[in-house]
Write a protein of this length. Structure first.
Length: 133
């Protein structure tokens, strides 16, 4: 598993979203939540879509941003269990980063109930790991 590549990808996506949200909110009016922002602001929508790359998608429901990383492979139960343990360890080491980014999003948008969710699935959409910050 390429831990540093995944970490870099996650951090760059989150930082870019923070920047875009700041730009969007500096305009007139304001959306009621992140989902509304994504639906009604073309620039914001394009930024989100730009980060939905092969193997990773971004979904926004209400004030929850979900990053889903999908492996091409499928895994037997034993391998999936090992991967879950590795992913849990990697994400635990990054929890302060996600918490900090969530706090920055709250500060930038004014939305108090923002959640960042990270999900890893295999090729059959079997969830290997998820965490919410």
């Amino acid at each position: 598993m390429k831990k540093n590549t995944q970490r870099t990808k996650i951090i760059s996506v989150l930082l870019s979203l923070i920047f875009v949200m700041g730009l969007v909110l500096s305009g007139c009016g304001g959306p009621e939540n992140l989902e509304e922002m994504a639906k009604n602001d073309e620039e914001f929508k394009q930024q989100v879509e730009a980060f939905s790359t092969s193997g990773m998608t971004i979904d926004i429901k209400g004030n929850t941003i979900t990053y889903t990383y999908k492996y091409d492979q499928t895994f037997d139960d034993a391998t999936a269990a090992q991967m879950t343990t590795q992913l849990e360890s990697a994400m635990d080491s990054m929890s302060s980063t996600f918490t900090s980014l969530k706090d920055q999003l709250v500060d930038e948008t004014g939305f108090k109930d923002i959640a960042l969710k990270v999900v890893y699935t295999d090729g059959n959409d079997k969830e290997l790991y998820s965490a919410e910050f």
